[in-house]
Design a protein around this ligand. Structure first.
Ligand code: SF4
Length: 214
């Protein structure tokens, strides 16, 4: 029989750097010291790269020195490494978890909550569900606009020789494009903490992947 556990979720509205904190991660039911970060390769889009360029430029160096990057015109994927029977994100350490602070992570890392918690089923959290859906659409559209403007300037991340110029122009475009805060962000609460009671299972029985609807 599965035992119920009280799980604390904290939603943080920080615009494009919003995130969901889950206190269960510290004692992940997967019990493999990596949980969801054992299956994911973070993808940093132009919006993430611009934030880092403006606030933590040293982390851009950390990203670009990683082995096995997939570099596209305006995004970079830090491919994970094989670790036992699964993988491990290159930023995940056995001791202490992710090296990056929440706001430095890319969107999937900031928004993901494992399906066993399924917070989206709570009617009281509907405004947060709409908020994170809106954020995803906003970020995709913003990335597309920024990527197009960089392309128009003849700049691509694929060319290491013009990378400094790329980030210089990216910073300016990002500041200009994000000057007006969308209404759905401005009117959402800044933070909210909730407690949810959920039955836990352990090891591979604790699912990390959302099943596709039939
Ligand atoms: S960047 Fe951090 S949160 Fe994202 S997969 Fe890697 S270790 Fe996990």
């Amino acid at each position: 029989m599965k035992a119920d556990k009280e799980i604390r979720l904290t939603f943080h509205n920080r615009g494009l750097r919003s995130y969901i904190e889950v206190d269960l991660c510290g004692e992940c039911p997967r019990q493999d010291d990596k949980g969801c970060c054992g299956h994911y390769s973070p993808v940093f889009y132009s919006t993430d790269l611009a934030y880092l360029a403006l606030n933590q430029p040293d982390l851009l160096d950390l990203i670009f020195i990683q082995p096995h990057l997939t570099i596209l015109d305006a995004s970079v994927t830090v491919n994970n490494e094989i670790d036992g029977s699964s993988y491990r994100c290159r930023f995940h350490k056995r001791e202490g978890g992710c090296l990056l602070e929440q706001q430095e992570r890319e969107s999937v890392c900031r928004h993901f909550v494992c399906p066993g918690i399924n917070w989206q089923q709570e009617p009281a959290l509907e405004s947060w569900q709409r908020f994170f859906e809106g954020l995803e659409d906003y970020e995709i559209a913003l990335h597309a606009r920024i990527a197009q403007r960089l392309e128009d300037e003849g700049l691509t991340l694929r060319n290491p020789g013009t990378r400094d110029k790329f980030f210089e122009v990216l910073r300016d475009i990002y500041v200009e494009e994000t000057r007006v805060i969308p209404e759905f962000i401005a009117k959402q609460a800044r933070d909210q903490e909730v407690l949810l009671l959920r039955p836990l299972s352990y090891g591979e029985e604790w699912e990390l992947f959302y099943k596709a609807h039939k």
